[in-house]
Design a protein around this ligand. Sequence first.
Ligand code: SF4
Length: 248
Amino acid sequence: MNVVSTSYGNDSIAMIRWCYENDIDATCVYIETGWAAETWTKRVNDCEEYATSLGFEVLTIRPEIKFKQLMIDKKGFPNQRFQWCSGLLKGIPFLNWIDDIDPDCDAVVMVGKRRVESKERKNTQPVTISDYHGCRLLVHPLFNYTDEDRDELISRTPFGVLPHRSLECSPCVNASSGDFKILSVKDIAKVEALEAEVKKTMFRPKRHNGAKGIRQVVEWAKYGHGKYNPDQDDLFDVGCGSPFGCGL
Ligand code: SF4
């Protein structure tokens, strides 16, 4: 049994296409975090429809615990160094599901991670045994793919290349300035409400030039108040090290 762990961003679609072109049968699994952008539901539906049309099984796991409740329970937000959200929101529900149907751990898990994506992913191995996936084989077939290689795969699907990462969490705790710039009014309001409830800011002011609270962070990202230094962008756009394929 092969499982593609997807977020239905560019890399996930490329991964699905790669499986199709290499005659690999797979189940495409998406996990709802409860923190997706409003528009993402349609994207997930479209991607599931596409994967089904290629002959793949699709599954959306809907865990009981969602992003908002987790932050309230934990009385705070994760950060890039301690991004416990991916393990709790995606890792555990995935394991619960796969352990049930694959008790002998024979399944192969595939994730569309690529080395060129970020510093965090530059050492992505093509094949490994992953503790995070119940000691199953974890394969990254696109590990050496460039953006152009990936886009070539996407060009053979009905989807265009998205100008952003997966919006399965919007915003993600690893959001870059580019992600903040495209955050919808609704998503800004949703973060603001949660920050008020948790009584903490989702993004650390220290890493965002002193911007406190989501509205200021968005302002900062848009070069507000003359404070933003574009040369610093790399510092924040370090990507996600999550083993669960967040953002792909
Ligand atoms: S996408 Fe980001 S916020 Fe969502 S679970 Fe993964 S690391 Fe956490």
